[in-house]
Design a protein around this ligand. Structure first.
Ligand SMILES: Cc1cc2nc3c(=O)[nH]c(=O)nc-3n(C[C@H](O)[C@H](O)[C@H](O)COP(=O)(O)OP(=O)(O)OC[C@H]3O[C@@H](n4cnc5c(N)ncnc54)[C@H](O)[C@@H]3O)c2cc1C
Length: 375
């Protein structure tokens, strides 16, 4: 049983409870408090630390590569593709405005997309796609050439089996763990309570407020509830169109002779790699086993890890002696449409989930949407 002190402080009823302390839950708390500092807010997470995608991703500060944005245009249409790019671009600006680069290890090192002969994309098609996107993105980035062909860098970087390289100087890289910690410190400094190791099992309206059933021996109460559990949303809200999509990552041993810096995309964003000081972080290949990667399980598998290692040794660092020092996975939230689900589900119960593969960038704008629509 809890003491009266505990019940009347940590577990006291709140104006707002946010479930999930990933980037979306944290940015939402930040913008809610900015709009109304008098709100009492508690963020609950079932992990000892945030244990979704936010602390397990690749740390790209990106808003979309050429082949991914062209595929999105086909799948969701030009307007929705541009809407997402704008949200991401503005989100990245907000991150940089809120935190010192040194605090989150942010570097505007530039981004690139690799094009290999296997993709069957000729230079003429590539240039016309780049021109088309540059025109559309000009209103968002303010640049006439967001993307440009940089083939001369292929040999400089030492890649094999790559026939074109597309450069995006506006892309950067950051340290996701540091960003998450800084955000946590920021919201706590604004008076937000953060409770870890508590899982929300169910919730519902009871006597004019919202009751949350937990795995600890007390229920929690609030006037308004925000669910930010991303990939895990269906566990609480079975009707939502949100599916788990595991992303696996590996990191090499230090490589003193690494010839490049920056973030790199390949194959519509299904493969991605970056420098991490003098190591290489590489992730993706989910398209090699869509069914198996449709899971909440945070382990890694030989099939995906072997494919990542093949890509690493054949394309990125051919002939180099290296070891793999880290392997992990994180779970993305995806669904029928490549767009976050931002919605009031029933009176005073909101959700902000399904962030897909670029949620670092989306999260600040999602937090703004929450503050605008929830209070
Ligand atoms: C491998 C990988 C690489 C990625 N790389 C990038 C990248 O480079 N750049 C980029 O922009 N995006 C990237 N992403 C996507 C990005 O990380 C996510 O979109 C973003 O972190 C989602 O944030 P979130 O707050 O919505 O969800 P999450 O960070 O997943 O947070 C959800 C939280 O909810 C908690 N939770 C779940 N259920 C409950 C419950 N019932 N009770 C209490 N707590 C609960 C979880 O513990 C978790 O902490 C990547 C994702 C993955 C998996």
């Amino acid at each position: 049983m809890f003491s009266i002190w505990e019940k009347e402080s940590f577990y006291a009823p709140k104006d707002i409870v946010i479930v999930g302390s990933g980037f979306v839950g944290l940015w939402s708390a930040y913008f809610l408090k900015k709009k109304d500092p008098s709100l009492s807010i508690t963020i609950i997470d079932r992990g000892i630390i945030p244990t979704g995608a936010s602390t397990r991703n690749a740390g790209f500060s990106c808003f979309g590569s050429v082949t991914e944005l062209m595929a999105d245009t086909l799948n969701i249409g030009e307007d929705k593709m541009l809407e997402l790019v704008e949200m991401r671009y503005r989100g990245l600006k907000r991150i940089r405005k809120t935190f010192r680069s040194s605090d989150i290890a942010y570097e505007e090192a530039g981004g690139y997309e690799l094009v290999t002969p296997y993709q069957g994309i000729g230079i003429n098609l590539l240039r016309s796609n780049i021109d088309w996107l540059n025109q559309r993105l000009k209103g968002i980035t303010g640049k006439t050439k967001t993307f440009q062909v940089s083939d001369s860098k292929i040999s400089q970087f030492g890649f094999r089996e790559v026939n074109h390289l597309i450069e995006n100087k506006l892309e950067g890289e950051l340290h996701s763990g540091k960003l998450c910690q800084k955000l946590l410190q920021l919201v706590q400094s604004l008076g937000v309570t953060v409770l870890n190791n508590i899982e929300i099992k169910h919730f519902g309206h009871v006597n004019g407020r919202i009751e949350l059933e937990t795995n600890v021996p007390t229920n929690l109460y609030c006037n308004k509830l925000l669910v930010c559990t991303n990939a895990f949303a269906k566990q609480l809200l079975p009707d939502l169109d949100v599916e788990p999509a595991r992303g696996q990552i590996l990191v090499t041993s230090p490589l003193p002779s690494l010839k490049w810096k920056g973030t790199f995309h390949y194959d519509e964003g299904f493969y991605y790699f970056r420098d991490l000081h003098n190591r290489v972080l590489l992730g993706g290949a989910r398209n090699k086993a869509f069914e198996a990667e449709h899971t909440y399980d945070l382990s890694t598998t030989a099939l995906i890890q072997d494919e990542l290692e093949r890509f690493l040794r054949e394309v990125i660092l051919p002939g180099q002696d290296l070891q793999i020092e880290y392997r992990w996975s994180g779970i993305m939230g995806t669904g029928g449409e490549k767009k976050p689900v931002l919605r009031e589900l029933s009176q005073n119960i909101f959700c902000a989930v399904r962030m897909g593969g670029m949620g670092v960038a989306l999260a600040p704008q999602v937090g703004k949407w929450v503050a605008k629509n929830m209070i």
